[in-house]
Every structure is written in structure tokens, then in C-alpha cells.
Design a protein around this ligand. Structure first.
Ligand code: FES
Length: 99
């Protein structure tokens, strides 16, 4: 057996769930938000922040919903204009994780 230390990472799950006849995160622009966050995380954080599309997070009425780990925190009612604040918060969380 071999063991290896797991690199410190932040994982971000953005709900991309879509529903017929009802507004869900996908219909509120989650795909665009996810694409932008994924691109930023890949290019700017050396893959230390990973962004994933997720299914419904159970916060539909407050979507777009984003779940952040290891903070175990939801970001709710997220809009494209919140991207700058989200990136800043994620970078701060990454710094804390490393100390
Ligand atoms: S549809 Fe996004 S949290 Fe349910």
C-alpha cells in the first residue's frame, strides 16, 4: 500500500438543474456562470479550485445555488454580477486552507 497527501483544494458545485414548466438554476443562467467560473479556476488557480456542474442542491427557490467545500457553505441567489465577489471569497478560502 502507498499513501499520498491530498493536495488542498476547494470544490465548488454549481447547480445546473433544469425543469420543464418551472424556473430552476439552469434557466436562471447557471450554465454561463459555471462556464465562467470553470475557466477562471482552471486558468488562474492552478487547479486548486475545482468547479463542477451539479444537479439540484435543494435550494431551488434561492437559485442559482452554489455549494462550496470544505467550507460546507451555500451561496444563494447568485447572479453573474457576483462573480468578482465569489472569486475573491474563493481565493481567500484557499489561502486559509493552506495555512
Ligand atoms: S434547481 Fe438549483 S437548487 Fe434546485
Amino acid at each position: 500500500m502507498k499513501d499520498e497527501k491530498i493536495k488542498s483544494t476547494i470544490e465548488v458545485f454549481v447547480c445546473n438543474h433544469s425543469r420543464e414548466h418551472e424556473e430552476a438554476c439552469f434557466e436562471k443562467g447557471a450554465k454561463d456562470l459555471t462556464d465562467k467560473l470553470k475557466k477562471w479556476a482552471k486558468e488562474e488557480t492552478n487547479k486548486e479550485i475545482k468547479v463542477f456542474r451539479s444537479g439540484c442542491l435543494g435550494k431551488c427557490s434561492e437559485g442559482i445555488a452554489v455549494a462550496c467545500f470544505p467550507a460546507k457553505k451555500y451561496l444563494l441567489d447568485v447572479k453573474n454580477e457576483d462573480l468578482g465577489e465569489i472569486k475573491k471569497g474563493l481565493l481567500e478560502a484557499l489561502q486559509e486552507l493552506k495555512t
